[in-house]
Ligand binder design. Structure first.
Ligand SMILES: [Cu+2]
Length: 117
C-alpha cells in the first residue's frame, strides 16, 4: 500500500520535471529565434556605424541626431526611410541575406552599408 503511494508520488515528480525541462527548452528556443534590433545613428553628417553586420530577419533603426534632415535610402531602392527630421527614426527589417548600400538623398556623399548574413 505504501509502495503504491510512493510510486504514484514518484510518477508525479517525474512528470513535473519532464514538463519543467520541456518548458525551459522551448523558452530558450524562442529567445534565440527573436530578431535583434540594431541602431544606426545619423550624426555629424555621417551614418554610424558606417558598416553594420546583422542577421537575416533583424531590424535596423535609423535615427537622425543632426539638426539637418536626412534620409537612409537604399541605392537600389530596396528600402527608404523617408525624410527624417531631428530626433525622428525609421525601423527597417532586413529579411534577406545580402549587402545593402544606402545613402542620404539630401547629402549624397553620406553613405553606409548593411551586411545581412
Ligand atoms: Cu543627409
Amino acid at each position: 500500500m505504501l509502495l503504491k503511494k510512493l510510486s504514484g508520488l514518484l510518477a508525479v515528480i517525474c512528470l513535473f520535471f519532464t514538463l519543467s525541462s520541456t518548458l525551459t527548452v522551448s523558452a530558450v528556443a524562442v529567445e534565440t529565434a527573436k530578431a535583434a534590433e540594431h541602431t544606426v545613428e545619423i550624426k555629424g553628417m555621417e551614418f554610424s556605424p558606417k558598416t553594420l553586420t546583422i542577421k537575416a530577419g533583424d531590424k535596423v533603426k535609423f535615427i537622425n541626431k543632426d539638426s539637418a534632415p536626412h534620409t537612409a535610402s537604399a541605392t537600389d531602392g530596396r528600402f527608404e526611410s523617408g525624410e527624417l527630421a531631428e530626433g525622428q527614426s525609421e525601423i527597417v527589417t532586413f529579411e534577406k541575406a545580402d549587402t545593402y548600400a544606402y545613402y542620404c538623398m539630401f547629402h549624397p556623399s553620406m553613405s553606409g552599408k548593411i551586411i545581412v548574413e
